[in-house]
Design a protein around this ligand. Structure first.
Ligand SMILES: Nc1nc2c(c(=O)[nH]1)N[C@@H](CN(C=O)c1ccc(C(=O)N[C@@H](CCC(=O)O)C(=O)O)cc1)CN2
Length: 283
């Protein structure tokens, strides 16, 4: 059995087109959605991601402002910029690209963003809203995974989902979203003994640990859905996920590739959250 591919590029294109329609409708009412993207430092991957976000905004009819600062920017200077953007009525979404330089407390910075403009869904108010099932913004990567699961039509009620990774950005919100969809959820992490014991029971596996090809075919139940959130740069410059794609695809029922899987959906969901924020602001 060879798994069916979940094409993140094609699905992201569909979502971006839907966002563009909603952005155009808002613009026609005089409320063009606006996103501010802040990049601090010179991390090469981050530079690519913010460029892609700004380009995607342009294509969807979302006004975007890119602010880039040297790694020497102080935390107070960054907080002052966020305060200004919080007060700017043309900006509906604010995101600070992670990682930040080590002298800046990322959580402190995230908490400075107005929850209503926190289109990354990282603010504790949005994390709390997700925890208790209230309306808020969902982090873009797990949100994209949910859309992928909806797209393939899997009924999650009663299924066992295993999330590998417990980050605030992906692992924890992913687990909560799967729980909200009535899956039985197990969270595994770096201290989990015998990871394969858990993943072999899973109908859905989400791998988000940042360890190249750590999920191998012997750890996957035949027919399972495997979502690969990992983006690992190998010494030869090539990109690979947390899943050993070539072997796992022979066992799984559905699988996402890297590149071209979850990554493009992350950006599509950012646009979706931004247009949603603008709609809420417009009333
Ligand atoms: N403020 C945020 N920072 C970070 C986030 C985030 O959601 N908000 N997530 C990641 C990086 N990220 C978005 O910012 C991101 C990573 C990867 C991709 C993507 O499309 N990847 C491509 C491959 C790109 C390449 O060639 O390098 C793919 O998987 O096909 C999009 C967004 C950490 N920081």
């Amino acid at each position: 059995m060879t798994a069916q591919l979940i094409d993140g590029v094609a699905l992201a294109r569909q979502w971006r087109a839907r966002v563009a329609e909603r952005a155009a409708a808002l613009a026609a009412r005089g409320h063009r959605p606006g996103l501010a993207v802040i990049l601090v430092g010179d991390d090469a991957a981050s530079q690519v991601y913010v460029r892609n976000k700004v380009k995607a905004c342009g294509e969807a009819g979302i006004h975007s402002v890119l602010e880039t600062y040297p790694a020497s920017l102080t935390q107070d200077e960054l907080l002052a910029r966020i305060a200004a953007l919080n007060a700017d009525p043309t900006i509906h979404g604010i995101l600070v690209q992670l990682p930040l330089p080590p002298h800046i407390d990322a959580q402190r910075v995230i908490e400075a963003i107005a929850p209503a403009k926190d289109v990354d869904g990282f603010h504790v108010a949005n994390a709390g809203a997700l925890l208790v099932g209230q309306r808020g913004y969902w982090p873009c990567t797990p949100y994209g995974c949910v859309k992928m699961l909806e797209h393939i039509g899997i009924e999650l009620r009663g299924k066992h989902a295993v999330v590998i990774g417990r980050s605030n950005i992906v692992g924890k919100p992913m687990a909560l979203l799967l729980l909200q969809a009535n899956a039985t959820v197990t969270i595994c992490h770096s201290a989990t003994a015998d990871l394969g014991h858990f993943t072999r029971q899973a109908d859905v596996v989400v791998a988000a640990v940042g360890r190249p090809r750590m999920l191998t075919a012997d750890m996957v139940k035949p027919g399972a859905v495997v979502l690969d959130v990992g983006i690992n740069r190998l010494p030869d410059g090539k990109l690979c996920g947390d899943v050993d794609f070539d072997t796992v695809r022979e066992v799984a029922g559905w699988i996402t590739p890297v590149p071209g899987g979850v990554g493009p959906m992350t950006i599509a969901m950012l646009l979706l959250n931004t247009v949603e924020a603008a709609e809420r602001a417009a009333g």
